[in-house]
Write a protein that binds this ligand. Structure first.
Ligand SMILES: Cc1cc2nc3c(=O)[nH]c(=O)nc-3n(C[C@H](O)[C@H](O)[C@H](O)COP(=O)(O)OP(=O)(O)OC[C@H]3O[C@@H](n4cnc5c(N)ncnc54)[C@H](O)[C@@H]3O)c2cc1C
Length: 386
């Protein structure tokens, strides 16, 4: 039985508890036995199902006063990740890809895309990283030059989730208003644009649709620009400030599943004439796992709550949540593999799958080292000399 007591923490409201219960029931009924062999097809189906049953409405606000609620996104990601890494991925990318539009889009851009991403009728992608600029975002080389009432994009983006299956990509390119980060802008590029091609499909240890994109004389109308010219870095960072916490939430979901599998195993597996659970070193593992999970959950939900409540400072809290939750989940899952013995490395076993799923979360949306830099800078900035 999974520990659900965290839902009673003061970060949550009744609507969050109702959501967690409903989604858990939905995930249990719908996410067993997804065929991961063909990830493109599996992802398309997942986006369609998540849209059909209303879950994708949570990835972007609808009309009126609705706004993105980070606690909601975090609960959804944590829940989906416990059942299926690919379902979590499908949900998360609709949010991240549509994020710049929901946060900075014009009414026309929002009306064109958000009903489709919320309904699972359009697949979204967020294209920031390049072969020579992953962590170093300010070094982006893809260019966008103005030509009449169009912008013309040239360059490459890599590691783009949903690359190859997305209906649109939010692409960050250099428009050159100023050097470095202040010379970037965001654009919406449709998947079928003749100037956009898939240079390479990339296979990773936990299969997801992923690609390197090439832009060659890729023309978009000037109203495809998001926000103002030169605001691209701000748009990308503001979007990541919302969604980065939810990477921690996904890690939390993976870790909770690893603990649940380990506790089941400890009770059911006989070793030396008694259940494994009676070995104190096994108990030690379980205790460490449960404690790390709660510490991670506290950081993730504090960051989500701070953002939802409009706290003055969130970047440090978000960085701590992402850093700690992903690193802790790696340790928890590694312990789960250990407790499963040989079964833990059998291809397709849930803890073997988790072992592969967790790794990339410590790298994307800002590697752990980058989160440490963010936290340290904040600490130093707030330190007054004696
Ligand atoms: C599965 C997956 C999905 C992804 N999806 C997307 C996507 O949808 N859209 C997108 O735009 N990108 C995506 N990415 C790219 C991802 O954001 C980058 O891989 C990440 O930002 C790191 O960039 P890099 O790979 O170029 O590594 P590098 O920037 O070369 O960094 C390599 C390592 O150097 C260290 N490092 C970097 N900077 C510092 C620093 N300041 N201080 C100390 N150490 C440092 C870290 O250990 C880091 O892991 C994805 C990546 C993966 C693996």
């Amino acid at each position: 039985m999974l520990d659900r007591s965290f839902l009673e923490w003061p970060f949550f409201e009744e609507r969050h508890r109702v959501l967690a219960e409903k989604l858990d029931a939905w995930a249990a009924a719908n996410l067993a036995g997804i065929d991961h062999d063909d990830v493109d097809t599996a992802c398309r189906h997942l986006v369609a199902w998540l849209g059909r049953d209303g879950w994708l409405k949570l990835t972007a606000p609808g009309d009126g006063n609705e706004r993105l609620d980070v606690r909601t996104l975090a609960i959804v990601r944590e829940t989906l990740a416990r059942y299926s890494g690919l379902a979590d991925f499908a949900f998360a990318m609709q949010g991240l890809g549509a994020g710049p539009i929901s946060l900075f889009g014009t009414d026309a851009q929002r009306a064109q895309w958000l009903p489709k991403t919320r309904g699972g009728e359009a697949i979204a992608a967020f294209a920031l990283s390049e072969p020579a600029s992953g962590s170093d975002v300010a070094n982006i080389a893809t260019s966008a030059r103005r030509d009449g009432d169009q912008y013309v994009l040239d360059g490459e983006k890599t590691w783009i989730s949903n690359g190859g299956i997305a209906d649109f990509y939010v692409v960050f390119a250099r428009t050159g208003e100023a050097p470095g980060a202040r010379g970037l802008s965001g654009f919406i590029v449709e998947g079928g644009n003749p100037g956009l091609s898939i240079a390479e499909r990339i296979e990773v240890i936990a299969p997801h649709p992923l690609a390197r994109l090439r832009f060659t004389d890729c023309r978009v109308p000037d109203n495809a620009m998001l926000g103002k010219s030169g605001e691209g870095f701000k748009i990308a960072m503001a979007t990541l400030d919302v969604f980065r916490t939810t990477v921690g939430a996904a890690a939390l979901g993976f870790a909770r599943r690893a603990l649940a599998e380990s506790a089941k195993r400890a009770i059911s597996r006989e070793l030396f004439g008694a259940p494994m659970a009676e070995l104190q070193m096994v108990q030690g593992h379980l205790a460490d796992m449960a404690t790390e999970i709660d510490a991670a959950a506290l950081l993730v939900y504090r960051a989500a709550w701070a953002k939802d409540e409009g706290a003055a400072r969130v970047t440090r809290e978000v960085a701590m949540a992402k850093l700690y939750a992903t690193e802790a989940a790696q340790r928890v899952i590694d312990a789960a593999v250990q407790l499963h013995g040989g079964e833990g490395v059998r291809a397709g076993h849930p803890v073997e799958t988790l072992y592969r799923e967790i790794r990339a979360l410590r790298i994307y949306e800002g590697a752990s080292d980058v989160q440490k830099v963010i936290i340290a800078r904040s600490v130093l900035a707030e330190t007054v000399e004696p």
